[in-house]
Design a protein around this ligand. Sequence first.
Ligand code: GDP
Length: 191
Amino acid sequence: MFAGETDFLKGVVKMDGLPPAERIEVCFAGRSNVGKSSLINALTGRKALARASNTPGRTQEINYFTVGEDHFLVDLPGYGYANAPVAVVEKWQRLLKQYLSGRQTLRRAFVLIDSRHGVKKVDEEIMKLLDTSAVTFQCVLTKEDKIKEKDREPMLRQVRAALSRHPAAFPEIISTSSEKGWGIGTLRAVI
Ligand code: GDP
């Protein structure tokens, strides 16, 4: 997928704003601050490509990137903001539900999990939504450089247990650190 150039295409706030479903796409989901922008930047080899999603006001948008001639990479809005107003949360949940259940060209979702925190309740909610939308998803652990060796195995057990509860989950977990470049090649190959 990463054979060609990656460019920001547009931010989408409504279903009718989605680009025509003419390319195969994968999407990235994760709690805010999980390291999603850093990972997308590391994957595409471009600094600050995904910065738009971190700008307040753009956080509720589905950000579309073109990759080469044939693919889209989709950056879903970060979830789990502590102070987000209920109306805002409901609006993006609605958009997310419509997107996940209605996008024919979506091949796989990557759910990012901060390796220091493991799977939280909001992550489980997204996983449930992916189950009901029949979108296969794969878990990507982020910030692996920050986890202590002794905490690693218990965290992996917790993540594996969580994934086992979700029929749409792909069992293989991908460990990454955008900072160190760990696992980026593996993830690129999977995509
Ligand atoms: P987003 O909100 O999910 O897009 O998260 P960002 O990519 O903006 O990252 C949130 C914070 O985590 C930033 O301060 C990043 O520098 C930091 N971060 C992201 N990835 C890594 C990583 O692999 N290792 C470390 N140590 N920090 C990271």
